[in-house]
Design a protein. Structure first.
Length: 128
């Protein structure tokens, strides 16, 4: 295989166009954009609403618990998807491996159910 620099010319040309576009967009924004600074323009934009209070206020620990539980169950789905995809009718897995995989997934799901019941008993899902 003979690789010469001429085979990479389209890539270099594309890179040059991308860098040129980014630079021209930044320069045009700086030249055309408004220059007058007002208090309204300097105010933080918060989802279309005027910001109220301090950004460093304390949150209830329930928010963090719900976020951690969401991550746990989200990661559970990430583990279950490849397992479910490997159990198609035309799978290359041997029947013995399918049985072992099924038992492992049942143990994993039992662990997740125990964690869910524990969180439920501790009152994580109860709001004031």
């Amino acid at each position: 295989m003979d690789f010469t620099l001429s085979t990479y010319y389209p890539v270099f040309l594309y890179l040059l166009v991308v860098i040129g576009f980014a630079a021209s967009a930044l320069i045009a924004t700086h030249l055309i954009g408004p220059r007058k600074k007002t208090p309204v323009k300097q105010m933080a934009y918060e989802s279309g609403m005027d910001p109220i209070g301090d950004a460093r206020q304390r949150f209830d620990v329930k928010f963090y618990l719900i976020a951690i539980l969401f991550l746990v169950f989200d990661v559970e789905l990430l583990f279950l998807y490849p397992w479910a995809a490997s159990f198609t009718s035309g799978s290359v897995l041997s029947p013995e491996f399918r049985t072992i995989g099924f038992i492992e997934v049942v143990v994993f799901l039992a662990t997740v159910v125990v964690a869910y019941v524990y969180a439920w008993r501790k009152g994580v899902f109860q709001w004031r």
